[in-house]
Design a protein around this ligand. Structure first.
Ligand SMILES: Nc1ccn([C@@H]2O[C@H](COP(=O)(O)OP(=O)(O)OP(=O)(O)O)[C@@H](O)[C@H]2O)c(=O)n1
Ligand SMILES: Nc1nc2c(ncn2[C@@H]2O[C@H](COP(=O)(O)OP(=O)(O)O)[C@@H](O)[C@H]2O)c(=O)[nH]1
Ligand SMILES: [Mg+2]
Length: 194
């Protein structure tokens, strides 16, 4: 299977909760036609299906903790295979959440060509998530869970950025700017890939 997707570019999109990963991914899809796979969305789809596994996932996500590594990775892998024939590139949004997730991804699927590090201040992320929570219907867009997600981000996910920085594939994107200005920086990073 890894050979089926080997020609497509893999881009990790990493940043704190509410930093604007999903927003930028949408714009990348519109301009470049990449396949957007949000690990959080894949998990929420499983929850929505009402399956037994979904119920277990729901409980973990409600607490702002990480679901078992293999669960997310299998979902991403299946989704990548499903698009392998048409995909020019993959945006893996919200993954890896910890260094181990990145290592396992590379063993089972392949190496990323680029890591977009979507960077916003903690207070900005909290503000955006509280606002999003007014309409998102997401069980984890509440003050208590937001705080836990942020803590876990700083503890487990920031080391991921340092890990890939050593390989020179990290592009840091200042996500405090208006959406279109952020995208102008993102475009440069993607264009460098070609
Ligand atoms: N690789 C991943 C991705 C997601 N999750 C779980 O799914 C939840 C929601 O993930 P996601 O939608 O990526 O949430 P955020 O980081 O808050 O980002 P966003 O605001 O883009 O949805 C996480 O808190 C976590 O419980 C996980 O365990 N492992
Ligand atoms: N001002 C501003 N708001 C943004 C930007 N990007 C996202 N937002 C808002 O912040 C919220 C979280 O964005 P989202 O893309 O869901 O972030 P994610 O959690 O990283 O996927 C949304 O309600 C967006 O409207 C940005 O660049 N500037
Ligand atoms: Mg998102």
């Amino acid at each position: 299977m890894a050979d089926k997707i080997k020609d497509a570019k893999i881009v990790f999109v990493v940043g704190g909760p509410g930093s604007g990963k999903g927003t930028q991914c949408e714009k990348i899809v519109a301009k470049y036609g990449y396949t957007h796979l949000s690990s959080g969305d894949l998990l929420r789809a499983e929850v929505a299906s009402g399956s037994e596994r979904g119920k277990q996932l729901q409980a973990i996500m409600q607490k702002g903790e990480l679901v078992p590594l293999d669960t997310v990775l299998d979902m991403i892998k299946d989704a990548m295979i499903a698009k392998a024939d048409v995909s020019k590139g993959y945006l893996i949004d919200g993954y890896p959440r910890e260094v181990k997730q990145g290592e396992e991804f590379e063993k089972k699927i392949g190496a990323p060509a680029l890591l977009l590090y979507i960077d916003a201040k903690g207070e900005t992320m909290v503000k955006r998530l509280m606002k999003r929570g007014e309409t998102s219907g997401r069980a984890d867009d509440n003050e208590e869970t937001i705080k836990k997600r942020l803590d876990l981000y700083y503890k487990a996910t920031e080391p991921v950025i340092a890990y890939y920085e050593k390989r020179g594939i990290v592009r840091k994107i200042d996500s405090e700017l208006p959406v279109d200005d952020v995208f102008a920086i993102v475009e440069k990073a993607i264009d460098e890939l070609k």
